[in-house]
Design a protein around this ligand. Structure first.
Ligand SMILES: Nc1ncnc2c1ncn2[C@@H]1O[C@H](COP(=O)(O)OP(=O)(O)OP(=O)(O)O)[C@@H](O)[C@H]1O
Length: 730
């Protein structure tokens, strides 16, 4: 039997929970004080009297009593006091035991749990129990708090037959309440309302490869982040030492998700957008998105042989030869010999780490040419050669220290590109590729997301750049007449070139978690694998949202990654983001072109159908500005305006002046930039252009159409537009 909900019942229940929450915070405050006192007492005990014997356990014993709660208090400091309650759940069991669930575990003086960490075994029924399988739980309660104050409760009765008389059940269900709330600029954790199928993926064993798939809004991202927190909790030693890397599509996306892990008490995870993964080996921040044609070439494995040849291209034009004189005899190495030596050295070493090996090979070859009549010992011979200006100048032209960034920029030269890409990339592909580098400022190139993987590959081919040298080698060559200056400069170069050939510059991780993995190109997978060669993996994606023209390539790349590792697959089936009215339209769009798309079920209805508008080209700016202002009144939270790349600038100019106070709630972005994000209201501008301008076509439009949590408005531009609309929406 359960009692009916009334205002006073709810207040009474809230007061009961508040009393427990107060007890938890009081315990944490006390533990912090005691632990600090004990720590300083302990220091005094051990430090003050070196003559008398202090038993170690007097110090540590005192400290250990509170260390657990003290650690909890320290981690509490990372939680956002404004929004997140430390205690968010309560389980009433059929044996009358009550358990509280929270972001971190807290015990009382007697080591009895006041709150159980959500990741602990004992908390599992909070997420898994259902009326069909209550797991010994009668009532599950979710507490909603602001800071330390409980402001609401939502109950699920799981086992009415075993409920005590008088057990109170209140609320409409925590999940629906959470889903209906307005969205802010950053993602929130879902720790209080994780659903059963999500919980299974979160708690899956760490070994091998865990693949989480599912349509838009099914919680893949948020589940993956909770999984990172779970792995750190359950295998802290392994993952804190080895590191966990979370990779997402863009900087905007990383900003969007960056609060989730700290709100769960974890701050030891590295978050990187895919364009900055390689920043451990080369100075870059790839944020720009290439036009589709260039992006497709840059992501393809056909770039591999092109890059290898590029790294091999000499830096000076014209035939090279090395000429030195020893005691009047002139020794010469001609181009064919030099090529042989170079090939041989590079067979065993990377170019940036093999300058000493190359020098030795040259000296050996010169030594063999020396006439037996000339009386000189080998060590003296080597000195005589390497002291000569012609030697130093030759080496700088023949074996310069290479910077991957400078090497890649050379692709801006169409003639050179034709040489290294001949037979591998067609004319149109070469134009797209060289065009994307030709316009970059060599002093400050603005790299694209796709360039990150190419630079990483080049570093793998040539080795990390030796320590930066100030002098420009070409300048140096033109100053070749001043002997004393030459010697000094040569000396300055020498230590810079001594890099440890065995050193591996990549940061490596024990676990790599890749979100929006359907967009990871084959070249980017190579880059990620360098960071996780010994790692376990969590791969999160949805092929129906791929912006890559060939989803089969994604499947192949995944197979490669998995190899013979154990693999676990989880499919998320419920769309928690899109209202069912919006998702009906979005899914019809993608299913028309991709009948195999994995479509989830949208569980929430708002009763508001998407609005399909049409405007003239001339009135586009004005109409969009008015529309955004109207949506600002209709929804409480954020508004996203998704725009085809070709119209971005014009729409930005039209939108900005009229926004006023609304500006912090509005984001103007392309469909690719919108990946993984969500807004309360979304305007999708010129869907036909979005389909036409992205290589993923209607899959990219599907991404745009599945961003809203409340309202969707599409805007066709000009007569004849609207080809994207499925039959049901014409
Ligand atoms: N169990 C849950 N409780 C409350 N909110 C949830 C739950 N699961 C998902 N959500 C919410 O649903 C929305 C979508 O989640 P998320 O962004 O992780 O989905 P996704 O599958 O990664 O989507 P996409 O493929 O479009 O990037 C988020 O606002 C998330 O907080």
């Amino acid at each position: 039997m359960t009692s009916h909900e009334s205002e006073s019942t709810v207040e009474r229940e809230i007061a009961i929970e508040q009393a427990h929450v107060d007890q938890v915070y009081a315990r944490l405050a006390e533990a912090t004080r005691t632990a600090e006192q004990v720590a300083s007492q302990g220091r005094r005990l051990f430090q003050s009297d070196r003559t008398s014997f202090v038993r170690e356990e007097d110090g540590t014993g005192l400290y250990e009593r509170d260390v657990f709660a003290f650690q909890a208090a320290r981690r509490l400091a990372t939680l956002d006091a404004e929004h997140e309650g430390l205690v968010f759940g309560r389980l009433d069991r059929n044996d009358a035991e009550v358990r509280y669930i929270g972001r971190i575990g807290v015990r009382d003086d007697d080591y009895e749990p006041l709150v159980i960490d959500w990741r602990a075994r004992a908390a599992e029924p909070f997420y898994r129990a259902t009326p069909a399988d209550p797991m010994g739980i009668v009532r599950r309660r979710v507490l909603r708090s602001r800071g330390t104050t409980v402001i609401g409760i939502e109950d699920d009765l799981l086992d009415g037959e075993n409920a005590d008389e008088g057990l109170v059940v209140v609320g409409e269900g925590a999940l629906m309440a959470a889903l209906s709330r307005a969205r802010g600029p950053q993602m929130r954790d879902i720790v209080a309302t994780i659903q059963g199928e999500q919980d299974e993926a979160i708690r899956a064993p760490y070994q091998g490869v865990t693949i989480i798939s599912g349509g838009p809004g099914t919680g893949k991202t948020v589940v993956a982040l909770h999984r990172a927190a779970y792995l750190l909790y359950s295998h802290r030693k392994r993952f804190e030492r080895g590191g966990v890397l979370v990779v997402g599509p863009s900087r905007v996306f990383m900003n969007y998700i960056e609060r989730v892990l700290p709100s769960l008490g974890e701050d030891s995870v590295t978050l990187r957008s895919v364009g900055t993964v390689a920043s451990d080996v080369v100075d870059l921040r790839g944020e720009r998105v290439d036009p589709a044609a260039a992006a497709v070439v840059k992501g393809s494995l056909r770039m591999l042989p092109v890059l290898r040849r590029l790294a091999d291209e000499p830096w000076v034009t014209g035939p090279l030869e090395l000429r030195v004189s020893i005691k009047g005899e002139v020794l010469t190495l001609r181009e064919a010999q030099l090529t042989r030596i170079r090939t041989e050295v590079l067979r065993h070493h990377k170019i940036n780490s093999s300058r000493p090996a190359a020098e030795k090979a040259l000296l050996d070859a010169l030594w063999q040419q020396l006439d037996g009549e000339v009386d000189v010992e080998r060590a003296v011979f080597d000195d005589l050669v390497t002291d000569q200006a012609s030697w130093t100048m030759f080496l700088h032209a023949w074996w310069p220290p290479l910077d991957a960034r400078a090497v890649l920029l050379r692709l801006g030269d169409p003639a050179l590109l034709a040489r290294v890409a001949g037979g591998r990339l067609d004319q149109a592909e070469q134009r797209a590729l060289s065009g994307s580098y030709a316009g970059l400022d060599p002093a400050r190139p603005v790299w694209s997301v796709a360039d990150g993987a190419l630079l990483d590959e080049l570093v793998a081919i040539i080795g990390p750049a030796p320590i930066e040298v100030e002098e420009d080698p070409t300048l140096f060559l033109t100053q070749g007449t001043d002997i004393s200056e030459l010697v000094t400069t040569a000396d300055r170069y020498r230590p810079a070139l001594e890099v440890d050939p065995g050193a591996d510059p990549h940061e490596r991780y024990a676990h790599v978690l890749v979100d929006e993995a359907q967009d990871i190109t084959p070249m980017q997978w190579r880059m990620l694998r360098r960071r996780g060669s010994q790692a376990s993996w969590t791969i999160v994606g949805d092929t129906a949202q791929s912006s890559w023209p060939n989803p089969a390539e994604y499947a192949r790349a995944l197979e490669d990654l998995i190899g013979s590792a154990p693999v676990r697959r989880f499919r998320m089936s419920t769309n928690y983001r899109s209202p069912s009215e919006v998702f009906a339209l979005a899914s019809a769009v993608v299913a028309r072109d991709f009948p195999d798309a994995d479509l989830p079920t949208a569980v929430r209805s708002t009763g508001i159908e998407p609005e399909l508008l049409r405007v003239t080209e001339e009135r586009l700016g004005e109409e969009v500005a008015a529309l955004v202002r109207r949506l600002g009144e209709q929804v409480e939270g954020t508004i996203g305006v998704v725009c085809p790349p070709s119209r971005l600038q014009a729409v930005d100019a039209a939108l900005l002046p009229g926004l006023d106070g609304l500006a912090p709630r509005v984001a103007l972005l392309t469909a690719l930039e919108a990946k993984g994000l969500e807004y309360d209201a979304v305007v999708v501008l010129s869907p036909d252009d979005i389909v036409a301008e992205h290589s993923g076509g209607s899959r990219v439009l599907y991404v745009a159409l599945t961003r809203p949590t409340q309202r969707l408005v599409t805007v066709d531009v000009g007569p004849g537009s609207g080809r994207w609309r499925p039959d049901t929406a014409r």
